[in-house]
Each structure stands twice: as C-alpha cells, then as structure tokens.
Ligand binder design. Structure first.
Ligand code: ARG
Ligand code: ZN
Length: 874
C-alpha cells in the first residue's frame, strides 16, 4: 500500500496506441478500448500483464482479436491480469461498463448537472477502463464518443476533431477525436452535454491557426468572455516569455459545476471548476477575476510544462506543478502589478504552505513515499515547488534561466521526466553543480534564518551574521543546511539606499547562504544602516530579525523593495499582536507609534498605489498570528487582540480613512483591471478599519454600500463588514442577499462562507441550519468547501471552540462526505493540521475528534492516510 520513490521501475509493457469507443449512457456507459501494446525493452520479460482498474466491470476481452477464455485472464474491479501475454506486439481489446451517474467520487467518468465529463489525474483513467495507469506510459489516443443527440449535442475529446455524424436509425450521434501527441492516461478527457460556447480564432507566432473556445452552461456564455480573453493573453505571453507555442488546431475549455479541484490540463481539452471560469461584474469579485486569469493561464501553461514534458512517476508531481505555478505567477505579475502580486503569493504561501510544513502533514516538495497520491496535491508541492524554481532563477539570473528552460524543453519534449532532468538542464547551461541546491526538493520543513547585524563605527564596516536552522519534520529528525539566496541591500537611517561594498554579494544583490552559519561584511558604510534582507521574499524561509520597530518603520517608509516595505509593517504589527494575544503588556506609546506610522503611511503614499496600500493596512490574520505563536494557542485571545489593534488604528487614522472612503468611491463602470481592483481594495480596507473604530458609523456606511453597490466586490465587502456587527441590520442583509442570488450557486457560496466565518457562538447552529438550505448539497465540492471548509479554515474561534463542538462538527461531516467523495473529505480533514499548536483543552478535544474518525471502519484510503499522519507522534 505504501508507494516508495526508490522502488520505481519502468513498466514491463508499453501501450503505443489507444482506440477508445465510448457509448455514453447515464447509468450504463459502454467503453471499448483497443490497446496496441508491446513488451517494454527496458522492463522485465516473462512476467504477467497487470492492468489497473477501479470499480470497472469487465464485459469482454480479446487478444489479437481472439476472445479470451476463463482461465487465460483474471479480472476484478481493481485489476485485470493476463498471466501469459505475448512476447511480441499485440492488440488487447477490452470492453467495460461503467455508471457515470453513480460516480460521486468525481474521478473517472461522471455526470455534473446532467453533462458527462472526466477527471483522470492522478489515477482516474482506471475507473474508465483497465489500463497501465501510470504517467510514464505514453500513447497516441483516438476517441470515438457516442451519445443521444438531445442529451449531449456537444461531444469533445483530446486533440483535433476528425469526424462526426449521426448514428443511422437512432437518435444518437458520434464524434471522433485524434490526439497526435503521445500522452499519459491522466491527460485523457472527454465531455458530452448541452453546452453554450464562446470562441475566437488565434494565430500562433509561427502562423498556425487555432480555434480557442470556452464551453459553459447554456445562457451563461457572456460570463465566459473574461476566461476566453485570459486564455488568449496566456497564449501570447507564453510565446513571448518562454518561446512556447500551442500545438493543436483547437483548444477547448469546459466549465463544470462539480469538480474536486480547480481545473485540469487535459491535452487540448481543459476541464474547469466553473467557479474559475464564470465571471460577471454582478456575480464575481475582483479576487474571482484574478483567480480565473491565473488558473486559465496555469492550465494552458501545462501544455508544455506537464503535457509535452510530463512526469515519470507521481513523486515528480512538483516537476509540472511547481514549474507551472511559477509560470502562472510570472504571468499574473506581468499582467498586473509585480510587487502587489508577490505579496499576495507570499501571503498564500505562509497561510497554507508554512502552515502545512509546521504540521504533522509536513512533507518534502518531492515526497519519497505516499499511500494516496491525491493527498499530495498540496501547497508544498505547488507553492513551495514554485518557490524553488524562483530561487533557481534568482541564483542563476534571468538569461541563464531562460536558456536552461529552453534546453529542458528541447531535451525532454515527448518524455516523462524527473526533477533530476530539470536540474540537469540548468547545470548544463551554467556549468554549476546544483546538487546541494536540490536539497530543497528532498528536505521538508521551513528553514528559519536568524539575521544579526553589527556596525563598527570606527572601521565603517557592517557585518551581518546569518544562521539557518531547519526544524525536524515527520521522517526527518535532522537536516543538512540548504542553499538559500538572500537578496539584500542597506538603507540609511534616514531612508537613503547605501552603496556599500561586499564581495560576497553579487552584482544582482544576491548572497548565497549555503552553510549553517555564515557572515558577510560590508565596507565603506558611513553610518549605522538598516539592513533590508530577503527582498522580494527571495527564499521560502522564516526570518528572525533583530531590528527595532523604529528601524522597521524606516523600511516601511523608504525601502526601494516594495515587498520589504509591506513586510516591515506586518512585522511591527505582528509583534504587537503576539504580545497582546499572549498576555505580554503593550505600552500605550508602542500602540500609538504603530498607529501613527499607519497614519503617516496613509498621508504620504497610500493613494499612489492603492492596491499596495490595502495590503499594508490589512493586519496579519488570526491564523497568521496563531502560526507565529506556534504553541499553546488561544484563538479567543488572538481574536480580541486583532480587534483591539484594528480599533486603535481605526481611531487614530479616522480622518484619513473617511477621506479614502469618500475619494475612492467608484464613478465609472466596473472594470476588473488591477488598478480599479486596487482602488476598491483600499476603499474596502478603509471601511473595515472605520468600522473597527466606530461600529455605528461603519454599519451605516456598510449598509449603504450594500444596497447601492454596482458590483459583487463592493457588495460582498460591505456584507463582510456587516457580518462583524450582530443585530437586525446584519440579518436583514443576509436575507436580502439570499433573495437576490437565490439562483446563483456560485454567489451563494460566498454567502455560505461569510456566515460560516462569523466569530460568534451561534455560528455552529447557523452552519448546521445552512446545511439544510436548498442550495446546499454534500455532493457538490464547491458548496461543501464554501460552508464547511470556510468554517474550519477561516473561523478560528468557532472551529477551535473550547468545548470541542467545532471539531466534532467537522469530524461528523468528514465521515459523511467520505462515503461519497473521499478526496473532498480528506481535504476538509486537513483543517485539523493546526491541532497540535492549540492549548491543551482544545488539543485534547481535537485529538478525540481525530481518533473518532480513525476508529471508523471502511475509511477511504484518502481519509485514513490523513487522519493517521495527523495523529502520529513524531
Ligand atoms: N493538475 C491539476 C492542476 O494543478 C490538478 C488536478 C488534480 N486532481 C486530483 N484529483 N488530484 O492544474
Ligand atoms: Zn497544475
């Protein structure tokens, strides 16, 4: 059951061609697969052929057109074994029957709102037919799809359309698709259904004509325009920045409303959670637009980083995911504001990956073993994986990075590659040895870097001492030091950039810390500097700095690096929030100086970059503070502390905030561009702080905004503010919102989320009540995540209730969900990953809740794996 990286061996058989004939039927879909196979010269000979299956029914089987008899093969729902397969090329024809309506796991072929669709990554293809369902078996697929024309007028497959027509004498029709690029089974997809379409022609840089299209629920076509536009921009960007061109005649995207993840990069036929396709000003927020843009780009970019070059095995998942996240982050940075986007990336990295890395679920970017691969589509593999690529680029520079990427694509195109292949391309173009750097893939845990500065007044030198430590993590009690790129500079006390010399720092301002301890010395430093280290968040580490609040405020005001300006404000605020949350006295002067720093920030430069200002004015979240405290956490104390600091800043800066709120009011029609979104973000951040200072005034402004808002961003932000104020105004707004959007499931998701996050004791009952709401369904991942996922992940005080009722609720829902959809259940369960950092009463409630899950018979492998790792002592 345990799969280990070191046990990898090539497949004993290969599949060159796959011909599939799929006759869609709601409960009895017939699949005929004809596999052109041969023994793998790199595999073992004289071994049985073992094909993977998962809940498939074998109807017939033939080898080289000869029907096999009982005894020549052995079939179960999990596997199909042919004990004496031919020693030369052969054709295996397999007929299976599956029930897409009963498929609540949303893996394999299933139905969503009556439409047929598939999800095969990682191991879903085996739920359609028996197969060598592993990413290093690459085949050319031809797919014939047949369905009732009224039920499924649209039939889509991978690759290019070849032929379509009626099935004579029936109400059925068919379409044949051919994908000329050899691909692993996880990239297979088909869709059949009633769908509306928006499309446009695209010409690639070499002049190839492509039809690009987005398919959505009929009647919602106008909500697909933004996705189509984002796709076109992604295609242009990948040509310009990476020299990568699209390679088929069509590129189709289909939005479905039941989907376990964000989206899937199936070759030529991306399938999306509709939440990441559909957008209109009335139904989608600025964040939704930004997510759509990023995910459309992500899946498109996979065509090269994932599809043309795929993964040898699932341990290499970060090879495609880390790289593709890096690529989509770069795209968003180029399309929007780079510093603002970088801050957003780091916020997510810390909130999700640092959290995971400090929890019992911590694992390396390239894990060395797994029980259930679906549990490794994690922030570590994706987000930390992207940070590794970014560090590589920082270390070798932009030009060598591009040359390395070109070599990687050139040498690995059409293959199933490994992390070693990736690194080799960069080692080859630079002549560098990247073996020490590769520890980033193998060692888990977030390194902590201590930074200590010493100024020598007489010698005019400034020395910085660095010390790195990597905490023990499951399976890894001790670690080797990592190669950590530190981008840094010095700022004078009055805020000027200082030009000081240090031979250890490259011309691009990078110092490579590759030992447990190291020091660098700058010469010609005329006065005591303020160091600005890890500019742009140059490495995914936790930094301990010995800077005073005054020095940090110098950075906030003057640093040339926007990330570190934001970081300085966060650090000052965090220190205060931690003190208040843990009962350390905070002097009035400290509070006042923080508040006045915020006020003067608003004075000087807030309006020149509103998006950046909104980030500065948003204090670390309750979850961030809990993570910073790290042990014996009391979420109630954190909640009170954060409220107090917000109230204080709000009062001190009331005039500025009122002023922002007025001057930033929208006058033009809604546009989702980054600058407009930034203005809305700052205005809504101001509203939040105003309300913290003066509840009555805030309630009035928020209700007004709620009623008059012309777009979902502003309406939802005002509703969010109202949520913090108990009473009839809030309840009426909740009712009003429900009425307005009762036919908009994706909008009701936002409504579920806000209510689940109310930090009051009555929320538990509210959540239980909402589970009975007609719009809620335990079968739909978006509904479950927006109500239950949000309760567990966003509502620190109520999920972590001292009486344990929050944990008990989540445990019971996980068990219910597990019977339908194990992936959904195990995702929810990861909310328990913070349990060990809670104070003892909560900790023992959480342990009991986890144990109650662990004791249940017939847990899915997904939930069993997470619950066991969560409970493990390490
Ligand atoms: N490869 C997809 C993406 O990141 C994610 C699909 C994962 N699905 C799953 N069931 N594990 O774009
Ligand atoms: Zn991906």
């Amino acid at each position: 059951q345990l799969v280990r990286l070191e046990d990898y061996r090539p497949s004993d058989f290969l599949i060159d061609r796959v011909e599939l004939d799929v006759r869609l039927h709601p409960t009895m879909t017939k699949v005929t697969a004809t596999l052109s196979m041969r023994p793998n010269p790199a595999g073992r000979s004289d071994v049985p052929l073992v094909l993977d299956g998962d809940e498939v029914n074998l109807k017939a089987i033939a080898l080289d057109e000869r029907v096999l008899e009982v005894g020549e093969f052995e079939a179960s729902p999990q596997s199909l074994v042919i004990s004496q397969p031919p020693q030369q090329p052969f054709r295996l024809t397999i007929e299976t029957e599956i029930d897409p309506t009963a498929n609540t796991k949303l893996m394999g072929l299933y139905r969503s709102s009556g439409n047929y669709c598939t999800q095969c990554e990682a191991e879903g293809f085996r739920r359609i037919t028996y197969f060598l369902d592993r990413p290093d078996v690459l085949a050319v697929y031809t797919t014939r799809i047949e369905a009732e024309r009224v039920e499924a007028p649209v039939l889509l497959g991978n690759g290019n359309p070849v032929e379509s027509g009626a099935v004579e004498g029936t109400g059925r029709h068919y379409a044949i698709w051919h994908d000329p690029f050899p691909k692993p089974s996880y990239l297979f997809a088909l869709v059949g259904g009633r769908l509306g379409r928006v499309a446009k022609p695209f010409t690639t840089m070499s002049g190839r004509k492509v039809e690009i299209a987005v398919y959505v629920e009929p009647g919602k076509e106008h909500r697909a325009d933004y996705a189509l536009d984002a796709l076109e921009r992604s295609m242009i960007w990948d040509e310009k920045v990476f020299g990568r061109e699209y390679d088929l005649d069509v590129f189709n995207i289909v939005a479905v409303s039941d989907f376990n993840m964000g989206a899937m990069e199936n070759k030529g036929l991306n399938i999306f959670n509709d939440k990441y396709v559909l957008a209109s000003p009335e139904t989608a927020t600025d964040t939704d637009y930004a997510n759509i843009e990023a995910i459309i780009a992500h899946e498109y970019f996979h065509n090269w980083s994932g599809n043309r070059v795929t993964c040898r095995d699932w341990f290499q998942l970060c090879l495609k995911e880390g790289l593709t996240v890096f690529r989509d982050q770069e795209f968003s940075s180029d399309e929007r504001s780079r510093p603002v986007h970088r801050i957003a990336e780091v916020k997510t990295l810390r909130a999700r990956q640092f959290l995971e890395d400090s929890s019992p679920l911590s694992h390396p970017v390239r894990p060395s073993q797994y029980r259930e691969i679906n549990n490794f589509y994690t922030a570590t593999v994706y987000e930390k994986g992207a940070e590794i690529v970014r560090m590589l680029k920082t270390i070798i520079g932009d030009e060598d990075f591009r040359r390395g990427m070109d070599l990687y694509y050139e040498s690995c195109d059409g293959t199933a590659a490994t992390v070693e292949d990736f690194l080799k391309a960069f080692a080859d173009v630079t002549g560098r040895d990247l073996s020490h750097f590769s520890h980033w893939y193998a060692q888990s845990g977030t390194p902590r870097v201590n930074v200590h500065g010493h100024y020598d007044e007489a010698a005019k030198t400034y020395r910085i001492d660095f010390k790195q430590q990597i905490p023990p993590t499951p399976g890894q009690p001790t670690k080797e030091p990592m190669v950590i790129p530190v981008v840094l500079g010095l700022v004078s006390q009055d805020g000027q950039p200082m030009q000081a010399a240090c031979e250890r720092v490259s011309t691009r301002g990078v110092f490579l810390l590759d030992k447990a301890e190291d020091s660098i010395t700058f010469t010609g430093v005329s006065s005591r500097p303020v160091p600005s280290v890890f500019r742009g968040f140059s490495a995914p580490v936790k930094v301990s700095l010995d800077l005073s609040s005054e020095e940090l405020l110098v950075l906030l005001r003057h640093d040339t690096d926007a990330f570190n300006r934001w970081q300085a404000a966060q650090t000052v605020a965090m220190r205060m929030l931690v003190s208040l949350s843990t009962g350390v006295a905070v002097r009035d002067e400290e509070m006042n100086s923080l508040a006045s720093a915020f006020c003067s920030f608003m004075d000087r430069d807030a309006l020149s970059d509103p998006a950046f200002a909104a980030l500065v004015l948003t204090l670390p979240s309750e979850a961030d503070i809990a993570q910073e405290i790290g042990k014996d956490v009391d979420p109630d104390a954190i909640h009170r502390a954060r409220k107090e600091v917000r109230r204080h800043i709000g009062r001190a800066c009331f005039e500025h905030l009122t002023d922002f709120y007025r001057t930033l009011a929208e006058t033009e029609a809604y546009s989702p561009d980054a600058a407009s979104a930034g203005r809305r973000a700052l205005r809504n951040a101001a509203l939040d702080l105003l309300t913290a200072a003066d509840q009555q005034a805030g309630e009035k402004l928020a209700s007004e905004q709620f009623e008059t808002a012309s777009n979902m961003t502003d309406r939802l932000a005002s509703l969010g503010v109202l949520m913090t104020i108990p009473g009839m105004v809030r309840e009426n707004a909740i009712g009003d919102f429900e009425q307005r959007y009762r036919n908009e499931p994706l909008v009701l998701d936002k409504w579920f989320t806000l209510q689940a996050a109310i930090p009051e004791d009555t929320t538990l009952d509210r959540v239980k009540r909402l589970m009975e709401h007609p719009a809620f369904s335990i079968n739909n991942p978006n509904r479950v995540r927006s109500l239950i996922g949000s309760f567990a992940m966003l509502n620190q005080v109520q999920f972590n209730r001292k009486d344990g009722a929050g944990y008990a609720l989540l445990a019971s829902i996980v068990l219910r969900a597990d019977e339908l959809n194990p992936q959904l259940a195990s995702r929810l369960l990861t909310a328990f990953s913070t349990w060990k950092m809670m104070e003892s009463t909560r900790r023992s409630h959480a342990r009991r809740a986890l144990q109650s899950i662990a004791q249940k018979p017939n847990l899915s492998r997904d939930v069993g794996d997470i619950v066991n790792r969560s409970l493990e002592e390490n």
